[in-house]
Design a binder for this molecule. Structure first.
Ligand code: OGA
Ligand code: NI
Length: 359
């Protein structure tokens, strides 16, 4: 196998086509990063020069113990407006459920390549289960140092039948136990937009479909030359992200809105971020913030985001309640599945996906 790895197509074949992923590459003990992964200078993350500049400039950490205290809703809505990102502690999702899904993520990625690649685009028996690497390798000039398993939830029965046994129970439990939290967050966020009640129709629009990704960022030989995930904003309504204790997630923030700010791992916490769909529905009030992930030279990192989305068949646009006071719409109506297709057709490119919906 090693001789074929010296050619560029050998690498692509090994990583992408044979299902070894970057984890396979990492475990071969490469001394230097293959050139396919070298990012242009402006995309590289020199972790030494980033970080929190002062104590004011950090993603808020919000305690949800008294979730029905109006101060909690105030903190959450303000964070969604100013930062688009916040961390929650005492959020009600049991720590054990979070530990179990992290363990299950490691268990899945520890499987032999042959086993994992049964879930690849070419071999998976369903579009709703997808094992892959990088973001959209066909569209990218430089690849990203990440493998993933992406699971689109349709029903409990389908998940039980099709999701990989190594992780399905734990992922389902994580999703189910997060649902109360997701509903509470959406209720708070909607109230500030003058949406009094989330009826069935609104619930479908805000959280009618869910996608869970299991992300694996293996040890990288030259982390300063590449990225784990390039600059992007999520296309979700909101994202619930579980990260381990390694660190490496950076978001745009600070007073200049340009500084890359680290989201430090906090034990037992969940990171929440607003996605493009909610930026559009709130007519820009809530911010879907650009973020990215650094590669790591000494540790394998995992993360498990739940993307809470509209249904593919939903038309999304600024909510009538938001425009009721005469505010002018800055986004037009788009079919959610068209929006998502647009996102996946290109490489990660920062905040530009949302241009698709601008008037
Ligand atoms: C994502 C993402 C961040 C992380 O999957 O969209 O931004 O920490 N992940 O893995
Ligand atoms: Ni993201």
């Amino acid at each position: 196998m090693v001789p074929t790895m010296t050619s560029p197509s050998g690498i692509t074949n090994f990583v992408i086509n044979n299902g070894n992923g970057v984890k396979g590459l990492s475990e071969m003990g490469l001394k230097s990063l293959p050139k396919q992964y070298i990012q242009p200078l402006e995309e590289r993350i020199s972790t030494a020069s980033f970080g929190i500049k002062n104590s004011e400039e950090t993603v808020p950490i919000i305690d949800m113990s008294n979730w029905d205290d109006p101060k909690v809703a105030e903190a959450i809505c303000s964070a969604a407006e100013k930062w688009g990102f916040f961390q929650l502690v005492n959020h009600g999702v049991p720590v054990e459920v979070l530990e179990n899904v992290k363990e299950a993520t490691h268990r899945f990625f520890e499987l032999p390549a042959e086993e994992k690649s049964k879930n690849s685009k070419e071999r998976s028996c369903s579009n709703n289960v997808r094992f892959g690497t990088s973001f959209s390798p066909q569209a990218e000039k430089a690849l990203e140092w990440k493998d993933y398993l992406s699971l689109f939830y349709v029903s409990e029965d389908e998940a039980s039948a099709l999701w990989p046994p190594a992780c399905k129970d734990e992922v389902l439990e994580y999703m189910k136990k997060s649902e109360i939290l997701i509903k509470r967050l959406l209720e708070m966020l909607m109230k500030r937009l003058n949406v009094k009640e989330i009826d069935q129709e609104k619930e479908g629009l805000l959280m009618g479909s869910m996608r869970i990704n299991l992300n694996y960022y293996p040890i990288c030989p030259n982390p300063e030359l590449t990225v784990g995930v390039g600059r992007h904003s999520d296309v979700s309504t909101l994202t619930v992200l579980l990260q381990d204790q390694i660190g490496g997630l950076y978001v745009r923030g600070g007073t200049d809105k340009k500084t890359w700010i680290h989201v430090p791992p906090v034990k037992g916490s969940l990171v929440i971020n607003i996605g493009d769909a909610l930026q559009i529905m709130s007519n820009g009030r809530y911010k879907s913030i650009e973020h990215r992930v650094a590669a790591n030279g000494s540790k394998n990192r995992i993360s498990v985001p739940i993307f809470v989305n509209p249904r593919p068949s939903d038309l999304i646009s600024p909510l009538p309640e938001v425009l009721a006071s005469g505010e002018k719409a800055v986004y037009k109506q788009v079919l959610y599945s068209d929006y998502v297709k647009h996102f996946f057709r290109k490489a990660h490119d920062g905040k530009s996906t949302i241009e698709f919906a601008k008037i």
